[in-house]
Design a protein around this ligand. Structure first.
Ligand SMILES: CC(=O)SCCNC(=O)CCNC(=O)[C@H](O)C(C)(C)COP(=O)(O)OP(=O)(O)OC[C@H]1O[C@@H](n2cnc3c(N)ncnc32)[C@H](O)[C@@H]1OP(=O)(O)O
Length: 200
């Protein structure tokens, strides 16, 4: 597996890949000063060369990850931690990572290049959009829809049957009790919309 982005997020993905006995061939990063990350070689900027293994974009920022994904013509892999629990009836699309201790329950779909972070819980019949990030310890109750590029902050809770639009930000520790429209930032318990991010 190759990684794109020599970041802290990459370090966690490397641990997961190691536990899957899947060697990291190398990382690409635009910063020429970074030569090594936790023992893996940083190969410099990706110049479009053909790769002999799949690649995961190891960039935590949802917008940057989306821009990179839309430019790359490579085969994308997945990393699913051994300690994660993923229902046989759920689906996880290419480029997505599922961190240690996360739980994905029945009939859930997680889109492309998403992050289901450490100990996040995504319950039955959820839809998590492409490029979304469910942060450490966040809880999506049953039948929650999370739009493309949306970031659910650490420890946030979304009650059942809600829809959170695309490119939203839900504050760490918030409790979402109502649908949230596209491009909103919402914080608190109950979560209130404080910003519209459409022009970011
Ligand atoms: C492994 C990892 O680390 S994964 C990374 C996980 N990361 C996270 O969980 C971070 C989630 N991000 C947040 O919670 C951020 O605070 C955001 C996205 C909600 C808001 O960030 P910004 O848009 O920069 O907003 P800003 O910091 O200016 O705050 C705006 C207001 O909301 C309040 N606020 C911000 N975050 C929260 C929150 N989580 N809960 C309650 N209030 C909050 C601020 O206190 C501020 O209030 P004020 O105007 O009365 O002073």
């Amino acid at each position: 597996m190759y990684l794109f982005g020599a970041s802290g997020h990459a370090k966690v993905i490397m641990d997961i890949l190691q536990s899957m006995a899947m060697p990291v061939t190398g990382l690409f990063d635009d910063n020429p000063a970074i030569k090594e990350l936790n023992g893996a070689s940083v190969l410099g900027k990706y110049m479009g060369q053909e790769l002999d293994a799949e690649l995961i974009i190891s960039i935590g920022d949802n917008g940057i990850r989306a821009r990179v994904a839309n430019k790359l013509q490579v085969q994308f892999g997945r990393a699913i931690a051994k300690s994660a629990t993923v229902s046989n009836t759920s689906e996880i699309e290419e480029g997505t990572v599922v961190m240690q201790g996360a739980i994905i329950q029945a009939s859930t779909l997680v889109g492309k290049h998403a992050i289901i972070n450490t100990r996040a819980s995504v319950d039955h019949d959820c839809r998590v959009g492409d490029f979304a990030h469910i942060s450490p310890g966040a809880v999506l109750c049953g039948n929650v829809q999370v739009g493309e590029g949306t970031h659910i902050g650490a420890g946030a809770i979304v009650i059942p049957n809600l829809t959170i639009g695309k490119w939203c930000k839900i504050g760490a520790g918030s409790v979402v009790t109502k649908d949230i429209p596209d491009f909103s930032t919402a914080v608190g318990n109950p979560a209130r919309i404080i910003k519209c991010n459409q022009n970011e």
